[in-house]
Design a protein around this ligand. Structure first.
Ligand code: PGA
Length: 251
């Protein structure tokens, strides 16, 4: 199975010129890499042009953040319907940087449902802010899953992707240890199966937080994950090339 690499560019780069260069490099990587599928989540203003230049290409596109309503009086927002119309097939929901700005579990519930209704694939981000020794972070994760997926019917569950991103590892210097991710992946799967039935086993789980060319491969092989959500290292041509190359080595 190919690993899924989500390139979350966040609010980078600053110009169309740089964005196009980065996308061209990413396209070449996607065409050559045999073991990975790449999904690019650029700033929304670049999406339509990227979709046009990627016709028949290997890259899938994701919206970083959007509104569940198709249209309406929501100044500054972009809807999933807009994204779908621009040939975007994935939506990131509940990223920690959006939760920090007020996105709630209840918001993620509506968004996951809206994305599925449109036939798009929701990437629901979950993750605790900090880890106390008493293990209370497991409760945070369970709640994020329970509320975020509350409206998803059992037969659609496997269409949702879960991106586990501990907030303390995002934009940090070190990723989480793969063995800790392994433990968390088991917990996530167990929670899904207990609350939503056996289709929970089929849900893809990604890890995100300080992934780069040094740790990507080990996280994939030892972390029990189906892919990675990459921030900083995906918005830098050299770093992303090194990362994808590190995953393409034969093992
Ligand atoms: P980072 O971001 O790779 O820069 O830590 C990950 C993310 O927030 O998706």
């Amino acid at each position: 199975m190919k690993s899924l690499i989500v390139a979350n560019w966040k609010m980078n780069p600053a110009t169309w010129r740089e964005a196009k260069k980065l996308f061209d490099v990413t396209k070449l990587l996607a065409a050559k890499a045999k073991k990975v599928s790449i999904i690019v989540a650029p700033p929304a203003i670049f999406l339509r042009s990227f979709a046009e230049s990627n016709k028949g290409g290997k890259i899938a596109l994701a919206l970083q953040h959007g509104h569940a309503e198709a249209t309406g009086s929501f100044t500054g927002d972009i809807s999933y319907a807009h994204a779908k119309d621009a040939k975007v097939t994935y939506v990131i929901i509940g990223h920690a940087e959006r939760r920090a700005l007020g996105e709630t579990n209840e918001d993620t519930r509506k968004k996951v449902e809206a994305a599925l209704v449109l036939g798009m694939t929701p990437i629901l981000c979950i993750g605790e802010k900090e880890r106390a020794h008493d293990g209370s972070y497991f409760g945070v994760i369970r709640d994020q899953l329970r509320v975020g997926l509350a409206d998803v019917s059992e037969n659609k569950l496997a269409k949702v992707i879960i991106a586990y991103e501990p907030v303390w590892a995002i934009g940090a210097t070190k990723a989480m240890a793969p063995r800790d991710m392994h433990e968390m992946a088991i917990f996530i799967r167990k929670s899904l199966v207990e609350t939503r039935g056996s289709n929970g086993y089929a849900v893809k789980i990604l890890y995100g937080g300080s992934i780069d060319s040094d740790n990507a491969r080990t996280m994939l092989s030892e972390g029990d994950v189906d892919g990675l959500l990459v921030g900083r290292a995906s918005a830098d041509k050299e770093k992303f090339t090194a990362l994808i190359h590190s995953l393409s080595l034969s093992s």
